[in-house]
Design a protein around this ligand. Sequence first.
Ligand code: ZN
Length: 77
Amino acid sequence: MGEVVSLAEARAERARAAELSSRVVMHPALRWVRAGDPVWAHRRLRDGRTACGKTGPLTLADRTVARCPGCYRAAQR
Ligand SMILES: [Zn+2]
């Protein structure tokens, strides 16, 4: 009986994790790098562009990449 409950919990947890990971990709707090332009980490807008106006495929930036001065002004941090 205990095994059935834990399996159901595991499934629920896996579904919750999958939903979270699908949302987190668009989270505004994440920083992004453009292909061929790994120097700056940009802020991504809802329409897929960066806040400084760049287009093109974006991938998640490493934490060590410096923030783009166009996307992250001093007040925004
Ligand atoms: Zn930028």
